[in-house]
Ligand binder design. Sequence first.
Ligand code: NAD
Length: 475
Amino acid sequence: MANLLSIINPATEALIQDMSVDDGAAVAQKYNRARQAQPEWAALPLADRISPILRFRDLLTERVDTLAALLTAETGKPITQARHEILALPDRIDFFVENVARVLAPERVYCAPAQAPPAQETLEEVIGYEPLGVVANISAWNYPYFVGGNVFVPALLTGNAVLYKPSEVATLTGLAIADLLHEAGVPKPVFTPVVGAGLTGAALLEQPIDGVFFTGSYATGQKIAVAAAPKLIRTQLELGGKDPAYVCADANVAVAAAGLADGAFYNNGQSCCAVERIYVHTDVYEQFLDAFMATLQGFQLGDPTDAITYLGPVSRKPQLDVLRNQVADALAKEATLRCGGQRVDRPGWYFAPTVLTEVNHTMTVMQQETFGPVIGIQRVASDQEALALMQDTPYGLTATVYGTNRDRAINILRQLKTGTAYWNCCDRVSPRLPWSGRGHSGLGATLSLAGIRTFLHPRAWHLRGGGVMGGGEVG
Ligand code: NAD
């Protein structure tokens, strides 16, 4: 009997469709086709790889209505936020396209007459860059265009073939991305979607792939690392976070409250870099809390297909238990519930936006990734107390400080082991900057020039002979 994956609409709990899943044999067949096709793709002039990617970029904009409706249907992401995600991917694509040539270019790092006879010879040292080969991209559902595109766009541009496993929660979007890439001219075996959940992902890792680029939870990231270790392949893990924010005594409270409420609740808190815990200096605590609650009141909860909806359902039903348990644990330890705390009384996987105060670090809500519309806000007496609390989780994705004194903010942020540091902003990603986590938040970087180079092997060329060779002859 074929193994089936049921795609459910989180806002209505209705079945969208059942899909058959790729088993081990199907995954192996896809791998073999990708392996065969990759050398020809890598041998194309760069312009011939760029051109279908640019066409893909244009198709995203042309088809945004259909693509956004699909993303909203299967993940519950509010339609305005779905459109925003799709329409923001072209900016990232442009960054990759504009920079791929310089990253691929061979570098002649040394050239001199050879020391030993014959004297007319030169010794040249060149670094060439070559694609990894066939890479697996195992992706998450919360921003399928962003977290997928951060991997498959530079992977393809640099000459790799990609086996792309979208999350089982965003399968239809993953298949739509594949259709668009193929229509744009990327050969089918060069970009192949693989359909299924964890077992399919595990089957993908059994293939002799040359790299794995994973986005997901710390728990699954550990399994990926273990499966990839004996292969000694490039392994990149973009994992979860427990991203802290601190509001200093000198902060512009209105700006901080508006920024942090959006940072905590955008996409229903289901962002890897969502603000997950807030520390507020006692001097501005009451003022901040009032402004934060007022901002939250303005967030419209409802049908995600409605353009004015800001908060939809959570995308995965089991997450409702995680949220309920974190709230129950906090309340059992004498936190104060300022709003929310339970499911909303309507069909769909809705959880009311929840604010907890009088929280502390014995509570799971301040320690473990929440990944939903629940936030803990803790009063602190000093910068030192805030810093100690911000440091007190094994995660290291992002951290935020709001305050008017730049030196103070940078001094605090520098002492935190995170891939990203924000001053007076949060929940922000730029294609020009590396996106990376430390500790339980991951390994390696996407985006920036580092996020292109990660799809390449360097090769050291030692070239001794007559005449000077051009750098373009190797690589
Ligand atoms: P998840 O770990 O449940 O699943 C991620 C992917 O791994 C899915 O495609 C899943 O099918 C696959 N998978 C599961 N078990 C596997 C196995 N044994 N072998 C191979 N593949 C397997 O995570 P999720 O719920 O899809 O995503 C949410 C998590 O992702 C959160 O923790 C979030 O913070 C994190 N995330 C991180 C970033 C980042 O850039 N750091 C971005 C987005 C999401």
